[in-house]
Design a protein around this ligand. Structure first.
Ligand code: CA
Length: 229
């Protein structure tokens, strides 16, 4: 799951990058509004953490420009606590607000709420985030994958790959997109890494079971879906 952090305070940006990476996200960082806008327009992020006060163009202006083109969820960070500033931000299209200084755990919780709102998920009680298709299910918080009641042993990367397929189920994902979203690299440098990883994942999630969920679409990529047989 790929996030963009736009924050000009280098130490805070690095702290967020490190923390979110440890939580299993792929994180891009921009230190100015212009770089942030460029990245936000160029790539498809699941969510953007956006500081309000930035050099060049500020957070609200970046948000206004972004909203002309995209509805990527945006969590704004602000040092300001004035009500009217918050209202302006929310009217400008921010999805949520967090006032500095904040605890990382609160940032993470709010990110998870926004991602849950944005995605087709099944919710099962408190603070769990579950994605599923047929008898295959993953729990993003507990990082567990289960098919037909059987626990699947996945590596961190296989888990991220499966989460991507589940979030975008029914959609053919190109190798280029998979490389960007899961490995944070360009397909050119990925060579056959993607194919090998998908094959390994398929052996684990489909191998022991009757129905295949992860399909190859020749010349295009891969799709996770339940097909009529
Ligand atoms: Ca700032």
């Amino acid at each position: 799951m790929k996030l963009l952090v736009v924050e000009d305070e280098i130490k805070l940006a690095e702290y967020l990058r490190k923390g979110l990476t440890e939580e299993g996200f792929v994180v891009d960082v921009a230190h100015s509004g212009i770089d942030g806008l460029h990245l936000a327009m160029e790539f498809d992020y699941e969510l953007i953490v956006l500081d309000g006060m930035l050099p060049g163009i500020d957070g609200l202006s970046l948000l206004a420009a972004l909203r002309q083109a995209k509805q990527t969820p945006v969590l704004m960070l602000t040092a300001r606590v004035r009500i009217e500033d918050r209202v302006r931000g929310l009217q400008g299209g921010a999805d949520d607000y967090l006032v500095k200084p904040f605890a990382f755990s609160e940032l993470l919780a709010r990110i998870q709420v926004l991602l849950r709102r944005a995605q087709p998920v099944r919710e099962t009680g408190n603070a769990t985030l579950v994605l599923g298709l047929a008898d295959l299910e993953i729990d993003l918080m507990r990082r567990r994958a289960v098919r037909a009641g059987r626990r699947l042993e996945l590596t961190a990367q296989e888990f991220s790959l499966l989460a991507l397929f589940l979030r975008r189920q029914g959609e053919v994902l190109s190798r280029t997109e998979i490389a960007e979203q899961v490995w944070d690299m360009n397909f050119d440098s990925a060579t056959n890494v993607i194919d090998v990883a998908v094959r390994r994942l398929r052996n684990k999630i489909d191998g022991p079971f009757e129905r295949t969920l992860l399909h190859t679409v020749r010349g295009m990529g891969y799709v996770l879906e339940l097909r009529e047989e």
